[in-house]
Write a protein that binds this ligand. Structure first.
Ligand code: IMO
Ligand code: MG
Length: 431
């Protein structure tokens, strides 16, 4: 009963969508286990770029069943819109192909308002999708689970009670206008009438699939360094994108996991505030980020914000490989480095005169760290058309080999461009 897990090992936006899209071709079931529509997974199919936020990437593969697991948070209005957009691209979305866990928590209007109100007071640069407040309510035992949408009337009552409670906070604590209770209740109840057909006990769905020997792909959103426990707290998301989140967010046993693919960019990006040891500015930053003219340039898929950019951080990478039990890496966006005369990789940190080989747990220490770089020669060739490892420039191969060596796990997938064909399957580049 094999589960392959695919998760981000940096600060998100590693290109997880395009890797899941490739792996989903061989999967029977693709499941999202954490997060909500704060994720933005771009998938390039021909000339079209489709952006998924909550629906698993298996939706583009006819044979895949797709599951939105109990560990996620679901915005009913946005999910409905996303389903309509996928349909508009000619893809069938029906309960035959998509199930939503009854135990997933619902993102309600007050969560969005609270996220915005807290950010306005100087937050951490969230996506303002209500993620933190929704998970807070889950932990506080105040949340509304998706199963309530089965009965739109009961759901409307739950939305009313939630909105009235949050209104007291908005008015008294944040000095903001209250939300319209009835408008919220009716909009959400209306969305529930469209979504209730998709509700299911997804723990059972997964158990049956695994018992039948089906191949399950667990698709992570966000990434290791945004994990609420293992990331750069408080500059993190509110869920566990790391490996433990798979068991919790889907209800599957750890023994079922056979492969853990860590997705990393050949450089690093981060959206929102927080420590970023290898961050660069100026011309090099513009060069790595792109102008925004292409959909794959480094601008948030969910918020449109320009991403912060920097060199690959092997200290952080090693840490993410360890805590997740990563068995192999998928390295993306190698083509972006083409044309640079030299390429840097951070191999250790300098902290108050000391050298740190290990990623520090304390965010204040991380803030004071300086990168120690290894500089490698670059390559000029455009590698987007390259379809074989041997055909890559020698310096590009040396770079990938060094990354594998520093991470301590092989690189098995290498993307040299955004299109489906621009993904090399490697035997396992070790060193
Ligand atoms: P994918 O799945 C990159 C970041 C936000 C912010 C922090 C908290 O596309 O990799 P939140 O709205 O989750 O409370 O924001 O987390 N963040 C992401 N950054 N990619 C994502 O998802 C992200 N989801 C959240 O920018 O810093
Ligand atoms: Mg993204």
């Amino acid at each position: 009963m094999p589960i392959t897990v695919l998760l981000g090992v940096q600060w998100g936006d590693e290109g997880k969508g395009r890797i899941t899209d490739a792996l989903a071709a061989e999967a029977d079931l693709v499941a999202r286990y954490n997060g909500g529509d704060n994720a933005g997974h771009s998938i390039t199919i021909g000339r079209a770029v489709v952006r998924l936020h909550l629906v698993p990437s298996g939706i583009f593969h006819e044979r895949c069943l797709n599951v939105i697991g109990n560990g996620t948070v679901v915005n009913p209005l946005n999910l409905r819109k996303e389903i309509e957009e996928i349909r508009a691209a000619g893809i069938e979305v029906s309960p035959r192909r998509l199930r939503i866990s009854r135990a997933a928590h619902v993102i309600l209007p007050g969560h969005l308002a609270l996220d915005a109100a807290r950010e306005a007071q100087g937050g951490i640069g969230t996506t303002q999708r209500g993620i933190g407040p929704a998970y807070s309510d889950k932990a506080a035992r105040l949340g509304v689970r998706a199963g309530v949408m089965e009965d739109p009337k009961a759901f409307a009552d739950a939305v009313r009670a939630h909105t009235e409670r949050v209104n007291r906070l908005l008015v008294h604590e944040f000095n903001r206008p209250p939300l319209d209770v009835e408008a919220s209740a009716s909009a959400y109840a209306e969305a529930a009438t469209h979504l209730r057909a998709y509700l299911d006990d997804t723990t059972q769905v997964l158990r049956e699939a695994l018992r039948a020997g089906k191949h399950v792909l667990a698709e992570g959103a966000q990434a290791a360094l945004l994990d609420i426990d293992h990331g750069t707290y408080p500059f993190v998301t509110a869920s566990n994108p790391t490996i433990g989140g798979v068991m919790i967010g889907l209800g599957v046993p750890p023994q079922a996991i056979t492969r853990v693919i860590g997705v990393a960019k050949a450089f690093t990006t981060r959206v929102g505030s927080g420590p970023f040891v290898t961050e660069v500015h100026g011309d090099l930053a513009l060069r790595l980020r792109g102008t925004g003219a292409n959909p794959w340039d480094e601008y948030g898929a969910t918020t449109g914000r320009p991403r912060r950019v920097g060199w690959l951080d092997a200290v952080a990478l090693r840490y993410a490989v360890w805590i997740n039990g990563v068995t192999e890496l998928a390295l993306t966006k190698l083509d972006v480095l083409s044309g640079l005369s030299t390429v840097n990789v951070c191999v250790a940190y300098r902290y108050r005169g000391r050298t740190l080989e290990d990623f520090p747990q304390d965010t204040s220490i991380l803030n004071a760290c300086e990168p120690i770089y290894e500089t490698m020669p670059g390559w000029d060739e455009d590698i987007r058309g390259v379809r074989a490892w041997e055909a890559l420039p020698a310096n590009a191969r040396a770079f990938v080999q060094r990354v594998a060596q520093l991470a301590g796990v092989p690189v098995r997938l290498l993307s040299t461009g955004p299109e489906r064909a621009q993904l090399l399957q490697l035997d396992g580049v070790q060193s």
